[in-house]
Design a protein around this ligand. Structure first.
Ligand SMILES: [Cu+2]
Length: 152
C-alpha cells in the first residue's frame, strides 16, 4: 500500500502549493464602479486595474470640453459633453493592457490624451486549472505504476 501511494506524493505536495499559494489580488469577479474624469489633456485615473471577468461600469465625465473614450481591444467608443456623464459598461474578458484614448479632437495635446486599462488574469481560475491538470497527471502516473488498479 505504501509503495503504491509513494509516486503520488510529489503531486500532493504540488497540489498543496497551488491551493495555498498567497493570492496577491482579490480574484473573485466583481462589479466595479469607476468614475473616469476626462480633462485637457489627461484622464483621471490614468490607469485602471481590474481582474479578468470583472464587470466594469465606468461613469465618464468631462471636466472642461467635450472628450471621448476609445478603448482599444474592446471596441468601445463613447463621447461626453462637459457637465454630463456617460455610462460605459463591459466585461473585462481579455487579459492584458489596453490603451484608452480621447476620440474627440479637444485641443493641441489631444493626441497625447491616453490612459491604460490593465486586466489581470483571474488567479482563482488559473489555480483551478492547475489543480485539475495535476489530478489528471497524478491519476495517469498512478495507473502506470499500478496497472492492476485500473482493472479493479
Ligand atoms: Cu480630449
Amino acid at each position: 500500500m505504501k509503495r503504491r501511494v509513494a509516486p503520488l506524493i510529489p503531486f500532493l505536495v504540488l497540489a498543496l502549493v497551488i491551493a495555498l499559494a498567497p493570492v496577491p489580488v482579490m480574484a473573485e469577479p466583481t462589479t466595479r464602479h469607476i468614475t473616469v474624469t476626462a480633462s485637457q489633456f489627461a484622464y483621471n485615473p490614468p490607469v485602471l486595474r481590474v481582474n479578468r471577468g470583472d464587470r466594469i461600469i465606468i461613469t465618464l465625465q468631462a471636466a472642461d470640453v467635450m472628450h471621448g473614450f476609445y478603448l482599444d481591444g474592446y471596441g468601445i467608443n463613447e463621447q461626453v459633453e462637459p457637465g454630463q456623464t456617460r455610462r460605459i459598461e463591459f466585461v473585462a474578458d481579455r487579459t492584458g493592457k489596453f490603451r484608452y484614448r480621447c476620440s474627440v479632437s479637444c485641443g493641441p495635446l489631444h493626441p497625447f490624451m491616453i490612459g491604460e486599462l490593465v486586466v489581470e488574469p483571474n488567479l482563482t481560475f488559473a489555480r483551478a486549472v492547475g489543480l485539475m491538470g495535476l489530478a489528471v497527471a497524478g491519476t495517469f502516473v498512478y495507473l502506470r505504476k499500478n496497472p492492476a488498479a485500473a482493472l479493479k
